[in-house]
Design a protein around this ligand. Structure first.
Ligand SMILES: C[S@@+](CC[C@H](N)C(=O)[O-])C[C@H]1O[C@@H](n2cnc3c(N)ncnc32)[C@H](O)[C@@H]1O
Length: 262
């Protein structure tokens, strides 16, 4: 693999002195905001978060429709992407996250909506407590590994991409849905004003947690631009790397494939 240097190594919440500390701070933050996480997600995105996850699921439909496919939703949180992937599909979906309180909510949501219209059921979904940088899964286990708004929070992006590569089957797909900085121009400026000035205040007011909702715009500003993330995926060894930008470029879905064995 011919790797390029990443402009940033991983997320660094305020005060984090090293990778381990950054990881610990991220975990604590999500552990604390779990009770209001879903409400704020829907409110602060004007419900667009549901649309983005549904769109991502639509893009991955050919895998999700296969009854033999095994899918891992990483940084699954309260499970909303995992549920969007399961809706109407046949693949077996697992979720993993390192914040216990987020997973408690995911499991409760799965239990309260056991039936689905397709062959899948939420009740059949499993949620595991695991660190994305050290996953408790064997090599070449999954047909698809996804992450929505989680990858940006990893303390080491290259290590995260390598770990996902390891657990993907040859020919398996990675799909990362993440925020991106919107382009310049009037609408981009309005969005930036909302994201950096309004959102942190509303988030603080409702969650009671000031730093978490200040961290969100800061972590997005530090994160890769979509072409950079595509380059990083390619440098790790993913093939057919592509991305689609949605909603004025405020979010992007990156996909890539673990090379098939020759
Ligand atoms: C913004 S939430 C996204 C949750 C969900 N995917 C969604 O679409 O709403 C980010 C999640 O990533 C998880 N996370 C961050 N770093 C992680 C890591 N190293 N290992 C496992 N989970 C991690 C956090 O605990 C949190 O639940």
């Amino acid at each position: 693999m011919n790797e390029i240097a990443a402009p940033v190594k991983g997320t660094r919440p305020e005060g984090a002195v090293n990778e381990l500390d950054a990881s610990r701070k991220v975990r604590e933050m999500f552990t604390q905001i779990a009770p209001r996480y879903d409400l704020l997600n829907h409110l602060l995105s004007f419900e667009l978060d549901r649309l983005w996850r549904a769109r991502a699921a639509k893009c991955l439909r050919s895998i999700l429709d296969r009854s033999d496919a095994l899918v891992l939703d990483l940084c699954s949180g309260t499970g909303d992407l995992a549920f969007a992937l399961a809706r109407g599909g046949k693949a077996r979906i697992l979720g993993a996250d390192f914040a216990h309180t987020m997973l408690v909510r995911a499991r409760a949501k799965a239990a309260s909506h056991p039936a689905l219209d397709g062959a899948n059921t939420f009740a059949a979904m499993s949620f595991f407590e695991a660190d994305a940088l050290r996953l408790p899964f064997a090599d070449a286990s999954f047909d698809l590994v996804t992450s929505a708004f989680g990858f940006r929070n990893l303390a080491n992006y290259k290590a995260g991409l390598r770990e996902i590569y390891r657990i993907l089957k040859p020919g398996g797909t990675i799909a990362i849905l993440e925020f991106a900085e919107p382009p310049q121009g009037f609408l981009g400026d309005v969005y930036r004003w909302y994201f950096t000035k309004v959102l942190p205040k509303v988030g603080w007011l409702i969650s009671g947690h000031q730093s978490a909702y200040k961290y969100l715009p800061k972590s997005v500003a530090r994160f890769f631009r979509p072409p950079e993330l595509a380059g990083l995926l390619g440098s790790i060894g993913y093939e057919s790397v592509d991305y689609r930008a949605w909603t004025l470029g405020a979010v992007a879905l990156h996909t890539g494939i673990r090379a098939a064995e020759k």
